[in-house]
Structures are given as structure tokens and as C-alpha cells.
Design a protein around this ligand. Structure first.
Ligand SMILES: Nc1nc2c(ncn2[C@@H]2O[C@H](COP(=O)(O)OP(=O)(O)OP(=O)(O)O)[C@@H](O)[C@H]2O)c(=O)[nH]1
Ligand SMILES: [Mg+2]
Length: 358
């Protein structure tokens, strides 16, 4: 699972990458090279389960971030740059809101709404280029061979074309599962889930909701597969340097409950359309990442293919009910531990224990 950090020049991409991954700054940064780092997603539920079981290891869900070079009409025409973006499962788009005379803005003024629209527009243009090329080729192929497969592809691409020509990103269209599968092959940029992160000034941190309204982006929020949030890279950088106790006081002084880093990590995970289930024990308490809607046997497969093969039943209990009961045995006795079959749809935050043969 990878998330590319994109945005206009000098908006705070590298700062946020460092805050998220804890990685030291890199020197030069060509377009082809990109820096990646993997991060554990903080999870309060897993922390509490871990306290109960005191396992040797606690393993969190993980997300990979890539610090991608600044985006522009020109970079979006470079094959290497495009390829690096196409590999990403989601995009984290950093938009500048903070004021600082010392840091020039490429467009000469601070206007988050304009910047969001411009970058989305450039990505749609890049996608439209692909659609048109492919449609042209399809046209030729269809004259040579009759194949229902090709016809279906054409219908899909015509729909995508219409959508893009009306200046709407593909992520906002509703697609059938079948269409989604076909679309994935094209790795369209405007189809990728996007987390818009406003990099706001320090003075705005104590009221982030107001900052979003002030930036005029509240109408962006209800869009499908789009999340919007605000952080201050400057404050987050300071937080990252502090001992934990000081950081908690510092947050409180701004009226905040948790750091922007935690918020971003959770939002990324949510945006990617994944959920977690837990396994618990004295050896290991662990969060496993599966797509939303995964079944018990798919959960088993995420742990080990043998568990799926020899699946008998899944023992399932929501994390908070296990905490209340105090142990798996007690949960079983209280009747909150359920036995479920292969097709059971696992819910976020459940403990799933697979019973298997062999
Ligand atoms: N005042 C202020 N300055 C910031 C903030 N975030 C980043 N900067 C400054 O903005 C400049 C650019 O930050 P980077 O994190 O390197 O931005 P970038 O988007 O990676 O820049 P490029 O890779 O060159 O496109 C640096 O001088 C940062 O110190 C912020 O929240 N407040
Ligand atoms: Mg950078």
C-alpha cells in the first residue's frame, strides 16, 4: 500500500514526508528518484489489546509514503514522473495555505482553491490523453477483429472520456465492480483516492475547521474518495522533536487531542479503503490490513494461505467486548465470542481467530 505525496513546488511535501516517516532530509531530488518510507499506523485499540495480553511483539498496520517531486503541467508529460505516480494506490496532495514571505509561491499568491482545481485539471488532461490514444487504437483493432471484449472496453473508455471532458475526476464517477477492475489497468491519476492536506499557518492550528472554511475547500470534502484535512508542517516538525510528555502538553496548549501526524496516518489508511482486524496472543498482538468487505476466509488468507485452505471456523469478537471480558476464554463464556463461517464479512476492529485443520 503506497501513498504518493504530491503538490506544487515549495508547499511542504518534503517536510510532511519527514514528519510522517521520521526520515532525514534527502539532498538532491531528481524527478526519477523518489524517497519512500514505511510507517506504522497508530491504533489506540491495538495499544489497549496489547496492554491486556502483554505480548512480545505488537505489530501495527503499515502504509508506505513516497516523496514525489513537485507536480506541474511539464512534469506530468514526463514518462518517468508519470510512472512513479501511477504505481501509487493513493495520492496525498499538499496545498499551501501558510503565509511566509521567505517562501515563494509558484503562482505568486496563496489560493488553495485555485491550486486544488489546477492540479486536478492537469491530472485529468493527462488521463484524457491516455483515453484518447487507447480509443484510437481500439477503433483500428475493432475493424480487424470482432471481439466483445474490445467493445466493452470502448464503452468504458467513452464513459471515462465524457466524464473527463466535463472536467470531473474519474474518482467521482460511480463504476461497477467490473468497470473498476478494467479501469485499474489504466492506472488513471484522477481515479486514485486523494487526501488533500492543507498546510496551514501556525496561528490556524487551534481551529482547523475554521481553516478549512477559510480556505474555501469545504465543498471538496463530500466528494467520493476524497478526504480533506489541515495540518501545520511547522508545528508538526516541532512536535516530532519533543519528548512525548512535552508533546502532549504542547498539543493541549493548542486545544488539540492528537497530532496532525496521527490524523494523517489514519486518514491515509481510511482513504485507501482498507480496514483492520486483529489477532491477539501472548506472542503477538497484530493489526492485519484487508479490503473493506473482506470475508473470514479472506482474513485467514491475509494471515497465511494455509489457514484459508484448512479453514474450519472463525472465532470473532469486537475489540471492545474482548477488553470488557478480559480474555478470550471469558469472552467465550459470556457468549460474546461468535463462531462464524467462511463467508462471514469481517468488520473493522474485530478480533478474528481462525480455527483450522491440519
Ligand atoms: N512558515 C512555514 N514554512 C514552511 C511550512 N512548511 C514548509 N515550510 C517551508 O517551505 C519551504 C519548502 O518546504 P518543503 O517541505 O521542502 O517543500 P516541498 O514541497 O518539498 O518543496 P519542493 O520539493 O522544492 O517542491 C521550506 O523552506 C520550509 O521550511 C510551514 O508550515 N510554515
Ligand atoms: Mg521536496
Amino acid at each position: 500500500m503506497a501513498c504518493g505525496i504530491i503538490g506544487l513546488p515549495q508547499t511542504g511535501k518534503t517536510s510532511l514526508f519527514q514528519i510522517l516517516t521520521g526520515k532525514a532530509p534527502a539532498e538532491s531530488h531528481g524527478h526519477a528518484e523518489q524517497h519512500t518510507g514505511t510507517v506504522s499506523v497508530p491504533d489506540d485499540r491495538l495499544d489497549r489489546l496489547s496492554k491486556l495480553f502483554s505480548p512480545e511483539k505488537t505489530i501495527y498496520a503499515r502504509v508506505e509514503y513516497a516523496d514525489v517531486a513537485a507536480i506541474s503541467k511539464d512534469t506530468l508529460k514526463e514518462a518517468g514522473y508519470l510512472a512513479s505516480l501511477r504505481n501509487m494506490d493513493a495520492l496525498l496532495y499538499v496545498v499551501r495555505v501558510f503565509k511566509d514571505e521567505a517562501v515563494p509561491h509558484i503562482k505568486g499568491s496563496i489560493d488553495p482553491k485555485r491550486d486544488i482545481a489546477d492540479v486536478e485539471f492537469d491530472m485529468m488532461v493527462a488521463d484524457l490523453g491516455i483515453v484518447e490514444n487507447r480509443l484510437e487504437r481500439l477503433e483500428k483493432d475493432r475493424k480487424k477483429i470482432k471481439n466483445p471484449e474490445l467493445e466493452r472496453e470502448q464503452v468504458l473508455l467513452e464513459k471515462a472520456k465524457q466524464w473527463l471532458e466535463s472536467e470531473k475526476p474519474l474518482r467521482q464517477a460511480s463504476w461497477t465492480d467490473e468497470e473498476k477492475k478494467r479501469l485499474r489497468g489504466f492506472t488513471f491519476l484522477s481515479a486514485k483516492p486523494m487526501l488533500i492536506v492543507l498546510n496551514v499557518g501556525e496561528e490556524e492550528v487551534s481551529n482547523l475547521d475554521a481553516a478549512l472554511v477559510q480556505a474555501g475547500v469545504q465543498d471538496v470534502t463530500p466528494r467520493p474518495q476524497t478526504l480533506t484535512t489541515a495540518v501545520s508542517a511547522k508545528i508538526e516538525a516541532e512536535l516530532a522533536m519533543m519528548p512525548e510528555a512535552d508533546a502532549a502538553d504542547f498539543l493541549k496548549s493548542y486545544g488539540l487531542r492528537e497530532s496532525g501526524r496521527t490524523r494523517l496516518l489514519r486518514a491515509t489508511h481510511e482513504l485507501l479503503g482498507f480496514m483492520v482486524f486483529f489477532t491477539v496472543g501472548e506472542e503477538e498482538c497484530r493489526a492485519w490490513t484487508v479490503p473493506q468487505g473482506a470475508t473470514a476466509v479472506q482474513a485467514a488468507a491475509a494471515i497465511h494461505s494455509d489457514l484459508a485452505k484448512h479453514f474450519i471456523r472463525a472465532e470473532v469478537v469486537p475489540w471492545d467486548q474482548l477488553l470488557d471480558a478480559g480474555s478470550l476464554a471469558a469472552a467465550r463464556q459470556k457468549g460474546v465470542l461468535r463462531l462464524e463461517g467462511k463467508d462471514y464479512v469481517v468488520r473493522d476492529g474485530e478480533i478474528v481467530h481462525i480455527r483450522h485443520s491440519g
